[in-house]
Design a binder for this molecule. Sequence first.
Ligand code: PLP
Length: 381
Amino acid sequence: MLRNRLFTPGPTSVPEQILLEMASPIIHHRTEEFIKIAAETLENLKYIFQTKNDVFIIASSGTGAMEAAVVNLLSAGDKVAVISGGKFGERFKEIALAYKLEVIPIEVEWGKKLSPETVKEVLAKNPGIKAVFGTLCETSTATHFDVKGIAEVVAGFEDTVFVVDAVSALGAVPCLTDEWKIDVVVTGSQKAFMLPPGLAFMSMSPKAWAMAEKSTLPKFYLDLKKYKKTLAKNDFPFTIPVSLVAGLRKSLEIIKSLTMEKIWEEHRKRAEATRQAFKAAGLKLFSESPSDAVTAVVLPEGVEGDKLVKSLRTKYGMSVAGGQDKLKGKIIRISHLGWQDEFDALTAITAVGVVLRQAGCNIDMEKGLSLAKEILFTSEK
Ligand SMILES: *Cc1c(COP(=O)(O)O)cnc(C)c1O
């Protein structure tokens, strides 16, 4: 019998305590019992977002919150800048275009960094940009963006808000929403939250709300004003997936007891061990600014990435991600997200090494593994 091991950058593994919580009998979402669960959950969500502002829960995947950001902030014909260095940056562009906004693209070569200076130049050259859209971890290329630096730039423009897609990064790498002055942060349940897919979360700053007040784009299910009204009573405008919220309460309780600092450090260590292991084995990383949420390893010439991914799944029950779009078949992506420990990191490195050898690659995985062990265990405090 194969053990199901998830090393995809979403969905990720769900711990037993959370699974059990979600197996509890369904209660009605407008009962006092559920409102109590919701109240605790909504309060603790602020901790993982590192914000004092309200955080909203929407029943959708992460993309639902991305769309909610667009339709709630903007008005017909508004000008927006979209930072795009991969598939998810592209998605923000597609959503903005679907609502016929004027998009000024800030294109970044896949896997490369973006200087906040570039954003400043674009904003200065194109007066009237209402919002800048960016990504904290561009999951398709495993690239970390300097959201802190970009937020500082955008904060200098009074009539412009900064929206960050932190779907794969929030809860894995630092995202200091208030301190960095990010107006809107969106994320989803199936990444670092250790939950199944199905919920999206988003924070809104006062600056974002001021813009939302004037927004004229059409919306109904994603109209945040409806959510704001019910939030005051720890309630939701539509039927909320009660089981997922019960799981979320547990997940946030675990996260809070561990502390964000500890969780960020654990992700960093697993990511660093994975990066160093593959480099020592003779392979290259795809990104010049690698994220601690996910690692993308460039496959040697002649290795077919899709076959490797399939072989890991069918032979060993292990799920990793391949490349998307123009990276299809060329990279392999290993997630460090959520419920994983040091041994999981070693398992992922070992397994990818094994199938690479089976595919005929002459790599020194032993060297990589011993280095990974050193990184994972000797820095133990
Ligand atoms: C997973 C992910 C999303 C959202 O995808 P959904 O399938 O809608 O949950 C958005 N942005 C990034 C960076 C992601 O990693």
